[in-house]
Ligand binder design. Structure first.
Ligand SMILES: C[S@@+](CC[C@H](N)C(=O)[O-])C[C@H]1O[C@@H](n2cnc3c(N)ncnc32)[C@H](O)[C@@H]1O
Length: 294
């Protein structure tokens, strides 16, 4: 099997079982969170119209046109039983210097930590990254939950890839306290990452529910892999991991079992020739323009 730039459509478990031991250097996964909700995203387009239903800048009116809806069910009968065999495969597939980033939410993270400790060993637990954002409704009866958790495990805690020099620097919170030289250089991010979700109006937005920001992926891939390494995402969704790999010169294997995810990836990777598609033919989705419903 050619391991470079492959996109599989199908349930990830049998596909993972066919990947050889120890060939993947970095795994990032963002499984459905088991919220029990149906994740739905409606894509709209607005165009100027005197009869429009939205008011914009300078009193201009805009008409909303619904382009389409994408959804998948975020529910499993037994979440940990679903994850367990997949995480065991992830461990087997990881190379001796490899790292797993496991993206999850506050409701499930504690159960998943215990499961991952069993599979990887507690000594292999490197970090819990808190990705915090400020978006969406804020309940008045509790602290508004505005973060995701990313658990980081390495195959071997004595020897793993961590390219500290390649991590982008960020501004100090109080630059006045550190002096002009340090302030100009910026600081290394800690395990708490402040970053907005993918903005609705950005070029990056694919319309796929739960799409993650490219800059979050870039940071992970820069730090925990090297150019030429193989990166695996077996809950690939809109393919953000693959986009980052192309930019940073890594090879990727992406897996998703949703046709809608495949359609989004087909459009996102339109024009990229060195991808082998397995179980899905992307060609009819690669000619659609930005605003087309898919
Ligand atoms: C939270 S989304 C991933 C979003 C992705 N990180 C992105 O940036 O777009 C989870 C994905 O897992 C996929 N999925 C769920 N169960 C799966 C399975 N058994 N095999 C493969 N993919 C699965 C869903 O179709 C969905 O696209």
């Amino acid at each position: 099997m050619d391991q470079a730039n492959v996109i599989y459509c199908g349930d990830n478990l049998p596909i993972l079982r066919n990947i050889a031991d120890g060939i993947v250097d970095l795994i990032y996964i963002d499984p459905p969170f088991n919220t029990g909700k149906r994740q739905i995203r409606t894509q709209i387009k607005v165009s100027r119209s005197s009869k429009g239903d939205r008011k914009g800048f300078n009193g201009q009116k805009y008409q909303t046109i619904k382009l389409g809806t994408r959804d998948y069910v975020d529910i499993f009968d037994d979440y940990l039983e679903f994850l367990n065999p997949r995480l065991e495969e992830a461990y087997r597939i990881l190379s001796p210097k490899g790292t797993l980033y496991f993206h999850i939410d506050y409701r499930e993270v504690h159960y998943c930590k215990v499961l991952l400790d069993q599979i990887f060993d507690r000594k292999s637990f490197l970090n819990e990254i808190i990705w915090t954002y400020d978006y969406g409704g804020k309940p008045k009866n509790k602290w508004p939950p505005k973060h995701d958790n990313i658990l980081v495990y390495v195959k071997d805690p004595r020897k793993y890839t961590f390219n500290v020099e390649d991590i982008e620097r960020i501004p100090y919170m109080a630059p006045g306290l550190v002096g002009p030289e340090k302030a100009a250089r910026g600081k290394l991010p800690t395990d708490t990452w402040w970053h907005t979700i993918v903005p609705t109006t950005s070029r990056e937005k694919t319309g796929y529910p739960t799409q993650k920001p490219l800059r979050i992926m870039d940071r992970i891939i820069r730090a925990s892999s090297n150019p030429g390494d193989i990166v695996l995402d077996f809950f690939a969704g809109s393919g953000t991991t693959g986009v980052s790999c192309l930019k940073l010169n890594r090879k990727f294997i992406l897996i998703d079992n949703s046709k809608q995810a495949m359609q989004v990836m087909a459009r996102r990777f339109s024009g990229v020739s060195n991808i082998e598609w397995i179980g899905f033919n992307p060609t009819s989705f690669q000619t659609l323009d930005e605003d087309s419903p898919i």
